[in-house]
Design a protein around this ligand. Structure first.
Ligand code: DAH
Length: 351
């Protein structure tokens, strides 16, 4: 017991001379005295030499020594923090945190959402359909029989060379799916991705996005179609209500055209937003840019979907979101949309 007491006293004296100044020195202290192979452990091992009647007292002594050493160690921690606060602080709690980087919405999504919100105002609901389609919904029901020359307008990706399964070439296929449900009147827009076997360039891509529109009811006329699209153009391009609006008057014109699923058919142009109608490369010096195809739904298409074409009429339109985004932000190369270059993407509004 006496030996133990003397030993502990001498260790205490030794510990009292320890003043670790750095984290490394402090760690050495911990290893030396408190570590698994440290001094404390080794004198605990001495316990077995102590006579039975002294065990209790020896235990208390060792326990006290343990607490002494641990408190000493803890006081170094405090001393170190305290001294470093005065000098160069390790940690400045008043500094702002590291912000988690916020993404930005893709420009195509921004414009898609804007288009949807405009048609919402007119009571159109969003409808979606599958990207993998069958021939019926993508072509036949839309009045494009086999070998019809209109099929050549849309170079199609077939799945496993099966002539019945394909990647949809337009969102007009969603019209068919919605009309087949038989709930009339029908007022929908169908945003979605479409695919065509095209060589990628600044003006063409093998996939892009469209918004299809469809309104079927009694007495729907071409005048309704024109008014709907005028409203869309004004909201989309002429209202200076956000970063996209040009704040200028945008002119609109309709040109007769041909689509198998509409009769009569038209294409709609707007005055070029890049040059203001004066003529530039984007409008090929014409001052006009085509933004959509449209027309009155062909009676055969209505009948293909089980709708009585004597009772109901309707209009449809289809536009490319990429084209509208390019005009809105003056983007001149389609490839930028799919390259995922952050220098490009970060220029658009935050989420
Ligand atoms: N489906 C046509 C295309 O991809 C676009 C289109 C034109 C849709 C006229 C329509 C329409 O609904 O009436 O080129």
């Amino acid at each position: 017991m006496e030996n133990l007491r003397t030993l502990i006293e001498s260790y205490k004296a030794e510990i009292n001379t320890e003043h670790p100044a750095t984290a490394v020195e402090k760690e050495s202290f911990r290893i030396k005295y408190l570590g698994t192979k440290g001094l404390l452990k080794s004198i605990m091992g001495e316990m077995k030499k102590v006579a039975v009647e002294n065990k209790k007292e020896a235990g208390q002594l060792l326990n006290e020594f343990k607490i002494f050493t641990e408190e000493k160690f803890a006081s170094f921690t405090i001393a170190e923090n305290a001294s470093s606060n005065n000098a160069v602080p390790d940690m400045d709690l008043s500094l702002p945190g590291t912000p988690a980087p916020l993404g930005t919405r893709h420009p195509i999504s921004i414009i898609k959402n804007k288009i949807i919100s405009i048609f919402y105002k007119l009571g159109f609901a969003v409808a979606e359909g599958p990207e993998i389609e069958d021939d019926f919904h993508n072509f036949s029901a839309l009045n494009m029989p086999d070998n019809h020359p209109a099929r050549d307008m849309q170079d199609t990706f077939y799945i496993n060379q099966n002539p019945d399964w394909l990647l949809r070439t337009h969102t007009s296929s969603v019209q068919i799916r919605e009309m087949q449900k038989g709930k009339l009147p029908l007022r929908i827009i169908c945003p979605g991705r479409v695919f065509r076997n095209e060589t990628i360039s600044a003006r063409a891509h093998c996939f892009f996005n469209q918004v299809e529109g469809l309104y079927i009811a009694e007495n729907v006329s071409f005048a309704d179609l024109k008014q709907t699209l005028y409203f869309f153009v004004t909201e989309m391009f002429a209202r200076p209500d956000d970063s996209v609006g040009r704040g200028t008057d945008v002119k609109v014109r309709f040109r007769p055209s041909y689509f198998p699923f509409t009769e009569p058919s038209a294409e709609m142009d707007i005055s070029c937003l890049i040059c203001g109608g004066e003529g530039c490369n984007v409008c090929k010096k014409t001052g006009w840019v085509e933004i959509l195809g449209c027309g009155m739904v062909h009676p055969k298409v209505l009948e293909n979907c089980g709708i009585d074409s004597n009772k109901y009429t309707g209009f449809a339109f289809g536009m490319g979101i990429e084209r509208i985004t390019m005009l809105s932000y003056q983007i001149k190369d389609l490839r930028l949309f799919s390259e995922n270059d952050l220098r490009f993407l970060k220029q658009f509004e935050s989420v």
